[in-house]
Design a binder for this molecule. Sequence first.
Ligand SMILES: [Zn+2]
Ligand SMILES: [Zn+2]
Length: 342
Amino acid sequence: MKALRWHGRKDLRYEDVPEPSPGPGQLKVKVALAGICGTDLKEYAAGPCLIAPDKAPLTMGHEFAGKVAAVGEGVAGFKVGDRVTGVGYYYCGECYVCKKGLYNLCVNQDFTGLSIDGCMAEYFVIPAYACYQLPDEVSDEAGAMVEPLAVALHAIRQAGVRLGDTVAIVGDGAIGLCALLSARAAGASEVYVVAKHKGRGVLASSLGATAVFYLDDGNPAQQLQKFTGGPGVDAAIECVGRPDTPQLAVELTRRGGTAVITGVFEQPGTLDFSTIMFTEINMVGSSIYVHEGRTAVKMLADKRIDPARLITSRVPLKDAVELGFEALLNDKETNIKVLLRI
Ligand SMILES: [Zn+2]
Ligand SMILES: [Zn+2]
């Protein structure tokens, strides 16, 4: 079968690999669509960041929709032919955090497409616990958005967003825009987006952002203050992972509010700690998801969240490098989520 494998930075190859078979507790999935994540893009352009270089060559990808092709020993609740989506984590179930149900923090974690072969292939295997049935109301395209939506939903939960709260999203990528949709679904009364790219900012506005503050127009925290005349938002969600974005998230947040860090950092950032000490702003991390994949499927099924407009192109797997990865690197105005057709 064909797979897209990471051999090194700027070295992804579309090549033949043996078809996998599911181990105990696993499903073999025939992939229909695989999404290119910001993480995948970082591994391509600047990796290894999170990918395990000693596992290379490794098939990339952890965002997918497909059909069950084979069921491993001991799996209940799935049969061949079921339409499924899923999330990326492998957890051990035995460590102290797993025992508390915090599977996203497992100390023995593996991750699909980063340490174990992923979904940018005709078939891949995945633990059944990381998979969800897709109801008829959820298309394959929407199903392929479940993983990034789960990341965003977890961040909104980490922020403790409540009905009527005000929220600022730092970042105009797929996770930032999923966080905008999730904050609105959570009942936020105002959601502001800090954007770098006009094309994405315009989309954020049409998806319901109260206002978009562009980095080119000066300090976004001052823009927010000018726009609202107020003290900052109840919660800011950092979805970028650049050295200065945590500080920006804090500056957007009101005294006593919450700043959530969701971005993946290639380099350490800086923070003026007096900006959290005197303000009692809570800084909270948000790492992937626990059960939010299931929540995402439900919210897609009843249309509380519609990510269709984040999907900006669909390209064949064999053209993934040029029409997917390079296109995303070179044109962030028009490309947001690229789906690979398999
Ligand atoms: Zn992802
Ligand atoms: Zn564990």
